[in-house]
Design a protein around this ligand. Structure first.
Ligand code: SF4
Length: 71
């Protein structure tokens, strides 16, 4: 494994806060999908450097503050 000096980042869903209305996977469909109940499914973990913008967009658009990017 190559040490890039950067910590892996993860998009994390707080299931207890998520209302399942889908703004996140509409905003960032390359990074988030939905399950049959409308709950978000994160497609890559850890995030790649190219995912950071999409992850930040999903965090910003969530009105329930159910998404966070964590190291
Ligand atoms: S936008 Fe937030 S509350 Fe809505 S489905 Fe996504 S994580 Fe859940």
């Amino acid at each position: 494994m190559i040490d890039t000096g950067q910590e892996a980042k993860h998009l994390v869903v707080d299931r207890s806060a998520c209302a399942g209305h889908g703004l996140c996977y509409s905003a960032s469909p390359d990074l988030l999908d939905s399950d049959e109940q409308g709950n978000p499914v994160i497609l890559r973990d850890p995030l790649t450097p190219d995912d950071i913008g999409a992850a930040d967009a999903a965090v910003i658009v969530c009105p329930e503050r159910a998404l966070t990017v964590q190291s």
